[in-house]
Ligand binder design. Sequence first.
Ligand code: AHR
Length: 668
Amino acid sequence: MKLRHLSCALALAAALGASAQHVMELNTKKLGAPVSPTMYGLFFEDINFAADGGLYGELVKNRSFEFAQPYMGWRVFGNVELKADGPFERCPHYVVLSDPSHRERRTGLQNEGYFGIGVEKDKEYRFTVWAKAPKGKSQLRVQLINENTMAEHQEFVQQKLDIDGTEWKKYELTLKSTKTDPKAQLRLFLSSPNPVCLEHISLFPKDTYKNRDNGLRRDLAQALEDMHPGVFRFPGGCIVEGTTLDTRYQWKNTIGPVENRPTNRNRWEDTFDYRYFADYYQSYGLGFFEFFQLCEDIGAEPLPVLSVGLACQFQNGLDAHAQMDQLQPFIDDCLDLIAFANGDPATNKWAKIRADMGHPKPFNMKYIGVGNEQWDTPYFDRLKPFVEAIRKQYPGIKIIGTSGPDSEGKMFEKGWEAMKAQKADLVDEHFYRPESWFLATPEGRERYGNCGALRYDSYDRKGPKVFAGEYACHGKGKKWNHYETSLLEAAFMTGLERNADIVEMATYAPLFAHVDGWQWRPDMIWYDNLRMFKSVSYYVQQLYAMNKGSNVLSLTMNKKPVAGQDGQDGLFASAVFDKPAGEVIVKVVNTSKQSQPIAINLVGMQGERTATTLTLSHSGSMDDENTLDQPTKIVPQQGSLQCKAEKKLTVLADQVPAMSFRLYRVKK
Ligand code: AHR
């Protein structure tokens, strides 16, 4: 964040003072509801090539030849045979490379990676393969190549690998790249007359997040850590449900040795024919153990979501789902997951797998989501036995139900009623809505009813808590990342903050998108094979997450919440107290096209103060966004501001720029 002092702040404050047009009362004397530590989190779903091809460090696509068409991602040449009696029962396929029967011919194969393989000059890459040489010694040449080069040689890295045994064994070598190339490929030549069998052909950067072998792409994982998220919801989204039940996300398939995790067809292969990727599968290399580990690394509460026995309701009729008498395996999945995360390895087989994977201590999971975005009686009926079983065996676990895909309307209300009746601890609400919803304009209120920053002010305080589990402003006719929608998200979030007594969690969605492989926009973090950028929405989320404070403070204008109401000139504001820092934190969003003078009376404080500020503003087009080439085009700017002493209180006076989000921190 760059430092820019608000040099004329003092003079400005004096000029504005109590006569400023927008006078707000901030009561710093009385602490309101505590802010939940889970506030402002992340929602991860394997959409937009977020896992394989994204956060997961693997660079080889279809490393075990388990896609429906076993050579997807590969080009094979010469004498190559596919077999299905390999060493890993749940990934049985492998290839046999044999002599091409002519000294001028070649046998081998080549992997295209995910939209290419990104490698950087002087960085090291770990190549591993399970192999055997049925007739004794055999040899491979392992190369990184650029097929499109005009240079004499396509390969820019090459190593020989001797395969010396007749039994399956893991071989490893390090490839140090001599070039930076975002779209390299991996090529293997058989370089001996003896055949070789190859399985689980893998390439990882050595430099992964936390330097783990089966690790995550460092820059992307670091961006998650830098958000300081309170909660991490995974693994979806619709992939929890699957296009069909048998392609739903099954966590038990995602643990244990990576070589034996079966490949799954990704539900997002099937959704949009106008953004179609026929080879979108899940290797499950980034599985539930890795998700829990990531939560621990980044300090977020893990929030797994499991299938309630419903295949995606959008995509299916009633007969596609597990029937009521078929739910036990799904219920067991929930119970066993809690055991996997929290159980004692000495007495529980799932906990033992966790320990064997390197984490004997529990992950301390506290929440479970049952069903993603489900609706109506097919959901309500199925949820009941899950709630009963989880409550009976694990009364301390908080259960999260859902109110479906709509943020209002009959089905939404029915969902909330059912969740209240079943005593869900939290209700997961989803809202991908246009500007009019986020601003609660008259048009928005007419169409959507209870929307905008005042949405939660009128919620029943006695029922389940709110989890705003997926939301983003989808600009009308502009459903992609741009500055204006991020600003409206910031405005809306003042309502989440003000209603800390009922809103326990909130996660923006979706999280990741590969620029060459996305299906859904907007998204929080974008990347290609080597670069990434954080969207403006990321910075909005980060500003909230890093300044969530510990208790809400009352902040009003003309005795009303500051929520873009009539006479408030597009201003939204909320405030919290940060106990450990002893600071008052104020967030103000100006959604109007004019800068707005404000004066905030800090009731309960006296004397002059210096406030530090962080401002997101943009003087260019409201359609602008950060990009791979300009990743820091729009980022928060640091500054400071003098608050003046009035007779009995401190006054924070400022001119808030048009279309901006400014955050103030003042020592009490
Ligand atoms: O985030 C993309 C999708 O939006 C999720 O999979 C689903 O829950 C919602 O409809």
